[in-house]
Design a protein around this ligand. Structure first.
Ligand code: NDP
Length: 332
């Protein structure tokens, strides 16, 4: 690779954050200990926000991309050596630190995780933060007592089903033996979601209606990417002792609920954060993905690959809910 390489850089243009493809050199990169030659990044909802200038970047110029997979080129850390294959998810990339929408990046050693044996770099990015967050959510539900036996005939609900978090959550939950209901606003994705293991479907609008404090007990548990009225509805419909993992805010950051599901049904609301999740939890989540996400389903989820140049347009699309499953970004 020559001296200069390409990156999607978010900059301030007349008071607004704008992203554009730029040429950088090694001298432009932050002075962290590990230089990585990046192979792939990916597109998450948060990338959509950052690249569309929705103030995810806390300082500019900022290289976007919250995920990356690549090979260590140089290392001043004893923990990593040239040739190591690594991934990074979160840790403030694209927010406080330069991220994965670049052909090369310098990173702190403690952010890196070895590429899990079960996946190649493209597959790891087809999973990305969205998929690893879905796994964190499933693990949190398990830690709260959910098992296929405990769920019995009740389904586990996944909202924002056709998105990245939702798609992986469905694939994993179905592999683990749960009956999975998929809530989507896109009926045209039913075949896709059925292929991932969803056994029934709920219309997005149905869950977006105002919730009563308690409604009929429907769900053994839930993975929610949507927040707002949808999360309130899901809480009101969760069965006695069930748990709901709150991952996202695709429908809004508010939560117009009451305490009734908590104090009358013992429903548990579990917060999921992928960005600062400790290393041990990350490694556990990636190991579980290696076991509980089949490569066939992963291929069905993350089959689209796009170049760096497509990122600004894709960013707008993911914010409009027009991206199905996962998009891998080939930075080269
Ligand atoms: P995607 O855009 O891929 O998926 C979000 C899905 O939500 C869409 O596909 C759509 O599903 C649904 N949706 C979109 N807009 C609305 C709306 N207005 N009302 C109801 N549903 C809507 O994003 P990701 O899967 O990457 O992320 C999902 C959420 O999780 C985001 O809010 C993201 O910020 C958050 N997140 C949080 C993380 C954490 O650490 N907690 C990590 C990763 C993501 P459908 O078409 O099926 O209805």
């Amino acid at each position: 690779m020559g001296d200069s390489f390409r990156a999607i850089v978010i900059e301030d243009v007349e008071g607004k954050q704008k992203a554009a493809l730029k040429d950088l050199t090694l001298a432009d990169l932050p002075d962290h200990d590990v230089l990585v030659d990046i192979a792939y990044s990916t597109l998450n909802y948060k990338d959509g926000l950052a690249v569309s200038g929705k103030r995810i970047a806390r300082s500019v110029p900022m290289v976007g991309g919250i995920d990356l997979a690549g090979t260590v080129a140089e290392s001043r850390s004893a923990d990593w050596k040239p040739g190591d294959k690594v991934i990074v998810n979160g840790y403030g990339l694209s927010e406080r630190h330069w991220g994965g929408y670049a052909q090369r990046q310098r990173l702190k050693p403690e952010w890196l995780v070895p590429l899990p044996a079960a996946f190649d770099m493209r597959q790891a990015m087809a999973i990305g933060t969205a998929g690893y967050t879905a796994m964190l959510a499933v693990m949190a539900l398990e830690d709260a007592g959910l098992t296929p036996e405990a769920a019995g005939d009740r389904e586990v609900l996944v909202t924002g089903a056709a998105g990245g978090v939702g798609s992986v959550a469905i694939a994993v939950l179905s592999k683990l033996g749960y009956k999975v209901a998929a809530a989507t606003g896109r009926p045209e994705t039913h075949d896709y979601l059925g292929g991932l293991g969803a056994t029934s479907f709920v219309a997005r609008e149905e869950l977006a209606e105002d919730a009563k404090p308690l409604e009929g007990e429907r769900w053994a548990g839930a993975v929610d990417s949507v927040g707002s009225r949808t999360l309130a509805k899901v809480l009101a419909q969760t069965a006695y002792g069930g748990a709901v993992a709150a991952c996202g805010l695709a429908g809004g950051a508010d939560l117009p609920t009451t305490v009734m599901p908590f104090i009358l049904r013992g429903v548990k609301l579990l917060g999921i954060d992928s960005v600062m999740a400790p290393q041990a939890l990350r490694r556990r989540a990636w190991e579980r993905l290696g076991k509980d996400l089949s490569t066939e389903k992963l291929a069905a989820i993350g089959s689209e690959t796009a170049p760096l140049t497509a990122v600004p347009e894709l960013a707008g699309k993911i914010l409009k809910g027009q991206v199905r499953g996962r998009v891998v970004i080939d930075v080269n």
